[in-house]
Design a protein around this ligand. Structure first.
Ligand SMILES: Nc1nc2c(ncn2[C@@H]2O[C@H](COP(=O)(O)OP(=O)(O)O)[C@@H](O)[C@H]2O)c(=O)[nH]1
Ligand SMILES: Nc1ncnc2c1ncn2[C@@H]1O[C@H](COP(=O)(O)OP(=O)(O)O)[C@@H](O)[C@H]1O
Length: 189
């Protein structure tokens, strides 16, 4: 066991690299890690539960959250919907000494770096660009035009890996998860 104190870990990376998959694996295998629930203006997908996967809010409610300073960071992602991290739950977890994880986009990660420079910034990278394309196509949730848009953003985002404290290649989900939680001071099992 390490004695690393609990701190905030921020996980970012390009579209379809597997951020959601790795976060879900953390949730299942390491339930002691608290995962932030983001607010979003995008509508829920089938199977998504309000308050579990996201807090699904209207554009007006999101505006109010921004105005009140309720969000630690927020961004327009993929040129469309807004996503943001509610500040209070993160601060409460950290005050309790519990490890906390945010899965957010690059713009959000850069904002958190400014406000919480002591956080641990982790970039999830694909084994190759071709594999990233395969995962995006394989997921089957975007049409060809949207995929092209996301891949051009991904090219720019991949260049930002050097800004991060740790780069984890998501070759195998369990392995990547274990590397992530070890970085949080948690012994893998
Ligand atoms: N800045 C920021 N980005 C977020 C937040 N929550 C999710 N995201 C990002 O929003 C993007 C879209 O997520 P989602 O709607 O689940 O669709 P996905 O592209 O299929 O994963 C992903 O890149 C997430 O990392 C947040 O609270 N803040
Ligand atoms: N290590 C991996 N090996 C192979 N496929 C993966 C791996 N991690 C994720 N995937 C697949 O890639 C696709 C994109 O993953 P997802 O978690 O939705 O990405 P993100 O949240 O980063 O946009 C999904 O179909 C997922 O099953």
């Amino acid at each position: 066991m390490t004695t690393t104190p609990a701190r905030l870990t921020v996980l970012a990376g390009p579209t379809a690299v597997g951020k959601g998959t790795v976060s879900a694996d953390v949730r299942t295998r390491y339930p002691e890690v608290w995962l932030s629930v983001s607010a979003t203006t995008r509508p829920p997908r089938p199977g998504e539960v309000d308050g579990v996967h996201y807090l699904f809010v209207s554009a007006d409610e999101f505006d109010r959250m921004v105005e009140r300073g309720d969000l630690l960071e927020w961004a327009v992602v993929h040129g469309r919907n807004r996503y943001g991290t509610p500040r209070r739950p993160v601060e409460e977890r950290l005050a309790d000494g519990k490890p906390a994880l945010l899965e957010i986009d690059l713009q959000g990660a850069r904002q958190v770096r400014k406000s919480m420079p002591d956080a641990h910034f982790v970039f999830l990278a694909p084994p190759s660009f071709a594999e990233l394309e395969r995962r995006l196509v394989g997921r089957g949730t975007e049409d060809a035009e949207e995929r092209e848009r996301r891949l051009s953003t991904a090219r720019v985002e991949l260049a930002a890996a050097a800004e991060f404290d740790l780069v984890i290649v998501n070759d195998d989900v369990h392995r990547a998860t274990d590397e992530l939680v070890r970085g949080m001071g948690i012994a893998t099992r």
